[in-house]
Design a protein. Structure first.
Length: 298
């Protein structure tokens, strides 16, 4: 499961692809074909987004969207993709952590990781921006940040715990001497990346995350400040800031100049998506990107 890099210019940069069923549809054969082609091109992993519910007038990224957009459950879909691929890592961008119970989620993630032989390694979690999703899951919207912090702690505690059991007493979750097996594949934890473009998200990445994956429409100076905030927060908490991965969204038409700018900012992974409407054109876009950046094939 070696990381894929580009020769010469890459020097450790990784590339992932995303697939949104809200844009490309939910035909299972099309999803599998996209994933298999990404794997053949040398991309590291596949990311899927999450929305639990929509409603008339819902706005995503400040744009009103049809409430009938079909968002498949990302974890179920990734498990399906894992069965049809061999090497592709599995990721979310982002999983809405406050709306999932961490005891159940820990079991789901470990199960996917075990059955895929260690490929559930690009989990990115976020808070969500739609208050209606919080209401629908009986979560107070204003508490979702604190709830996510506890959930990350619970996930890691359950994965690391032994047969003697682990206990947790928090504001939102409490249990005593729980034992949960199996553990993640050949490990006692899974990487958890933190998504979001707020200062709170950057601090969460520094305190609890294995990486930071900001989105949003921020100016370059804000990007630099938030990444530095994540690193400083990690250092102040006694963590190694150099161990944090830094993932960013990129365009399928990314140039070498844009790549070099990302690398100069400390970015360690770029995630792109095809934009064409037809499957054949999408695969051509991925192929051209792989050729342009000389992705190493497995």
């Amino acid at each position: 499961m070696a990381a894929l890099v580009i020769r010469e210019e890459g020097k450790g940069m990784k590339f992932g692809v995303s697939y949104s069923t809200s844009h490309f549809g939910f035909d299972p054969d099309r999803i599998v074909a996209y994933a298999r082609h990404a794997e053949a091109c040398g991309f590291e992993g596949l990311y899927l987004p999450e929305h639990l519910v929509l409603y008339p007038g819902a706005r995503l990224y400040n744009v009103e969207v049809p409430p009938s957009l079909p968002f498949l459950d990302p974890l179920d879909t990734l498990a399906y993709v894992a069965a049809a691929t061999e090497r592709l890592l599995l990721g979310t961008g982002v999983l809405l952590l406050p709306y999932r119970h961490p005891v159940v989620l820990a079991k789901q993630l470990a199960t996917i990781d075990v059955l895929s032989k260690g490929r559930m390694r690009l989990l990115t979690v976020g808070l969500g921006t739609l208050p209606e999703e919080a209401t629908a899951t009986n979560v107070a919207f204003r508490t979702r940040g604190r709830r996510a912090d506890e959930a990350i702690d619970v996930l890691r505690l359950l994965w690391e715990g032994g047969e003697e059991g682990v206990s947790f007493q928090g504001e939102f979750f409490s249990f005593d001497k729980l034992v949960q097996f199996p553990k993640p594949y050949q490990s006692t934890t899974l990487p958890i990346h933190v998504g979001g473009s707020s200062q709170a998200a950057a601090r969460r990445a520094g305190l609890r995350g294995d990486g930071y994956f900001p989105g949003g429409a921020l100016v370059p100076e804000e990007r630099v400040a938030q990444w530095e905030l994540a690193r400083v927060t990690a250092k102040d908490a006694g963590r190694d800031p150099d161990s944090l991965e830094y993932t960013r969204w990129g365009g399928i038409d990314m140039t070498h100049e844009q790549f070099e700018a990302f690398a100069a900012q400390g970015v360690t992974r770029v995630v792109v998506s095809a934009t064409a409407s037809s499957p054949n054109e999408q695969r051509d876009e991925l192929s051209r990107f792989a050729e342009r950046f000389v992705l190493e094939h497995p």
